[in-house]
Design a protein around this ligand. Structure first.
Ligand SMILES: [Fe+2]
Length: 446
């Protein structure tokens, strides 16, 4: 009987929702979609898995329900495997549901559908990376930032801008198979409505996204609830309620996502060390964090004031590229080593604001370490291609709904010496002891 119901659903679902064929919706379109978007408490997110052979899914469901999930490499989901749905009750009285699709083949389109009540969702599609990885990099969509976050008009403006940027990027570069978001996805960390809107664009049904805890999100477990990131690191001294740091590999690149609301550099080194030990052979090492260590705002205070303590760690572990946001300004640094421009070193990319909620210009005169900026106030996104010899960076502004290239560069490998890439014995012992205390405190507050 269950299969017959499912067959009926598939027969009716003539229109397959291929995320990358969707077109952007205007504020007026979002006004029409408003009720369904903000009432969809079971909107699904895709997260990258431990590597490119895995995609992870997360959605919320009513307590007591028995959610189901199917995934296959063909459109006919009737004979698809049912994937295991892990269910964890949340403090908000829901079930937090996690699904992992494993053993995925490269350059392949997969389809999935899920059920939290009586009806199945539409069938959605995602595509795994081919020989090389192309990733979309964005920051500070910050749904609710363009005015009073309680106003519907403000939320409509910001979600329409976020949707436009996603559609522009995914439509122009259909080879994108991963989205990297450097934090402040929403203005208010506890606003379920803002996270539903962040996840509402059609592109989000087919694009795994790695999110970062911003300074607007550290105080409530929104990211933890909505995203099933892999390899979460739970051994920091300081824990945000928003999410834990985590890491994963895709093709030839290792991605390490830090929570820079935590000012303790030992915590960040411990995450990077574990990630590098877990994936020692990737060609590229990329760190993503919310605060910018080398912002184009020369006088900018990076909040936790980590520049002095974290740059030496990034150099020690041979991090090639650092992705960040927070300032809502776009800039790219020269390769830097010991605070100086170098032939090869760490490149810092500051993502700008991707939704148009509050875009700020780079200054006309850039600091000496900045190689490029964007002195206008349009939404910005970047496309990163991970080749064998270089990472190519292309940045685009969305001007009047069209992508306009504003910067391009090749990031070359940063020197690394893995024999020295470890924390000292004394730091390891002290960090281990203090993290036990931190873990106990975080359990009390979760
Ligand atoms: Fe921020």
């Amino acid at each position: 009987m269950r299969n017959r119901v499912f067959c009926a659903f598939v027969a009716l679902a003539v229109l397959f929702c291929s995320a990358f064929s969707s077109s952007a919706s205007s504020v007026e379109d979002w006004e029409k979609k408003w009720d369904s978007a903000v009432s969809n408490g079971s909107v699904v997110s895709l997260s990258p898995g431990s590597d490119e052979t895995q995609i992870r899914f997360r959605f919320l469901a009513p307590l007591g329900s028995k959610p189901e999930f199917r995934c296959a490499d063909h459109e006919n989901l009737t004979d698809a495997d049912a994937l295991d749905v892990q269910r964890t009750p949340t403090v908000t009285g829901k079930l937090c549901c996690t699904v992992s699709a494993d053993g995925l083949k490269p350059d392949t389109t997969y389809y999935y559908a899920y059920k939290t009540g009586d009806a199945w969702s539409a069938a959605y599609a995602f595509h795994t990376p081919g020989t090389a990885l192309t990733a979309l990099f964005v920051s500070d969509s910050q749904i609710g930032r363009s005015g009073n976050w309680r106003d519907k008009a403000v939320l409509l403006h910001d979600v329409a801008g976020w949707d436009t940027t996603l559609c522009e990027a995914a439509g122009t570069f259909p080879e994108i198979s991963l989205c990297l978001s450097a934090g402040d996805q929403a203005e208010i960390g506890f606003s379920e409505k803002q996270f539903r809107l962040f996840l509402a664009p059609d592109v989000m049904r087919g694009l795994p996204i790695a999110t970062t805890v911003g300074n607007h999100e550290f105080y409530y477990p929104c990211l933890n609830l909505h995203f099933a990131h892999p390899n979460r690191y739970g051994c920091s001294i300081l824990h945000s309620l928003g999410d834990e740091p985590y890491y994963f590999a895709q093709k030839n690149a290792l991605f390490i996502v830090l929570d820079t609301n935590d000012p303790i550099a030992w915590d960040h080194e411990a995450v990077i060390e574990r990630a590098v030990q877990s994936y020692p052979d990737t060609k590229w090492r990329v760190v993503m964090m919310h605060h910018s260590l080398y912002s184009c705002e020369d006088s900018f205070d990076d909040g936790p004031n980590l520049r002095g303590r974290l740059t030496s760690v990034l150099q020690k572990y041979g991090v090639d590229l650092v992705l960040s946001g927070h300032t809502h300004r776009y800039s790219r640094s020269f390769p830097l080593w010991d605070n100086e421009i170098a032939q090869s070193g760490v490149t810092y990319l500051e993502g700008g604001c991707c939704s148009g909620c509050n875009c700020k210009p780079s200054p006309e005169t850039l600091p000496s370490y900045s190689a490029a900026g964007y002195p206008k106030t349009n939404p910005v996104y970047s496309v990163l291609r991970f080749g064998e010899d270089e990472i190519t960076v292309q940045a685009f502004a969305v001007e009047d709904g069209e992508s306009v290239e504003i910067d391009s560069a090749a990031v070359l490998p940063c020197p690394n010496n893995d024999e020295d890439a470890h924390s000292s014995q004394i730091v390891r012992i002290l960090h281990g002891a203090l993290s036990l205390f931190g873990r106990a405190v975080s359990v009390l507050f979760r």
